[in-house]
Design a protein around this ligand. Structure first.
Ligand code: PMV
Length: 325
């Protein structure tokens, strides 16, 4: 007999301001993206962990639960398997589970498929065992797993997947405040290049070692921009927010994390009438964001991004956080 399953889903994310500085304890602003990952979990009566995640390039993966985390783990299973191991350390079980996932989005755009799958799995798993975790407890479980996998990260993406909406965030979930937003007038452009976040985070860490005063002062300036952006967003002052985006982009360029492709998409958005544009996330590729004032200026900016080789991503922002389906 097939046992009952629990399905939950979590959204992706888009960093608005404060990337890199947030890794060093400064605040950032992040919004949840309506592209979701669904994860279903059920008990299977044997001591085996089984996972099917065709969208993450993984089918019929299985392992006995005493071997979790051992040997080289395929990319698609890392976050789920190491989270499950953490879970079993805290809540030991003899019986294993079957996990299946279904994704609205490819992992290439930088919308946080790893954080979404981690959070959706954690929610489904803890619900299956009737554990009523708070958002912060769910965050702590997920954050441990993320650090197990990649060693670095502020957890901003997990917070977006858990709480949803548009958040002012201080790591690791020390402060999570929802901003008053109905609509964020932003165009999102994809460069066509996949960025490797841990590599860029380590590059900035190296820079901080060699030029500590310069990098510390850049982080402080980013911190001020984030604080100012909270006011702009709460007042729906999109021109003001655009100006802060431009200043944040200059600081990210000083950190050396922008790229020719990002700069090209950003410049063409500004020429097409955007009040402000910047890279979003670690840099080196992935996406950029640009503010717009009216629907007409939105389509000008979108055409300008496409004209220089970017791909406009039709995403809805400020999406709801994790939920049991
Ligand atoms: O590349 P993304 O979208 O995952 O963003 C990374 C943001 C960083 O601040 C560079 C890293 C982090 O964990 O906060």
């Amino acid at each position: 007999m097939i046992k009952p399953s629990i399905t939950s889903s979590a959204p992706g994310k888009l960093m608005l301001l404060g990337e890199h500085a947030v890794v060093y304890g400064h605040p950032c602003i992040v919004t949840a993206v309506d592209q979701r990952i669904q994860v279903s979990v059920r008990k299977n009566g044997v001591d085996v962990f089984h996972m099917d995640a065709p969208d993450l390039g993984l089918t019929a993966y299985s392992k006995t639960i005493c071997d979790l985390g051992k040997k080289e783990l395929p990319k698609g299973v890392r976050f789920v398997e190491l989270l499950y191991r953490r879970f079993l350390d805290q809540y030991p079980q003899k019986e294993g589970i079957v996990v299946t996932t279904k994704s609205d989005f490819a992992d290439t755009f930088g919308f946080g498929s790893s954080s979404a799958v981690t959070v959706a799995f954690a929610k489904a798993l803890t619900t299956l065992y009737n554990l009523n975790l708070t958002n912060k407890q769910l965050f702590d479980l997920c954050y441990q797993a993320v650090l197990d996998v990649q060693g670095v990260g502020s957890g901003f993406d997990l917070a977006a997947a858990i709480w949803g909406g548009t958040l002012y965030y201080i790591p690791p979930a020390k402060v999570v405040t929802k901003l008053k937003v109905n609509h964020l007038p932003l165009v999102v452009g994809y460069t066509g290049i996949k960025a490797d976040t841990p590599t860029l985070v380590r590059m900035v860490a190296g820079l901080k070692d060699t030029k500590p005063r310069l990098i510390t002062s850049i982080f402080k300036n980013i911190n001020h921009l984030v604080e100012a952006a909270v006011v702009s967003i709460n007042q729906s002052d999109w021109t003001g927010l655009g100006d802060l985006f431009n200043q944040n982009q200059q600081l990210l360029k000083q950190l050396g994390v922008s790229s020719t492709e990002l700069d090209r998409l950003i410049q063409s958005s500004l020429k097409a009438g955007s009040a402000g544009a910047k890279l979003s996330g670690a840099g080196g590729g992935d996406c950029m964001i640009a503010t717009y004032q009216y629907d007409q200026s939105k389509s000008h900016i979108e055409s300008a991004i496409t004209a220089v080789g970017g791909q406009v991503m039709p995403v809805v922002l400020n999406a709801p956080g994790v939920r049991v389906e």
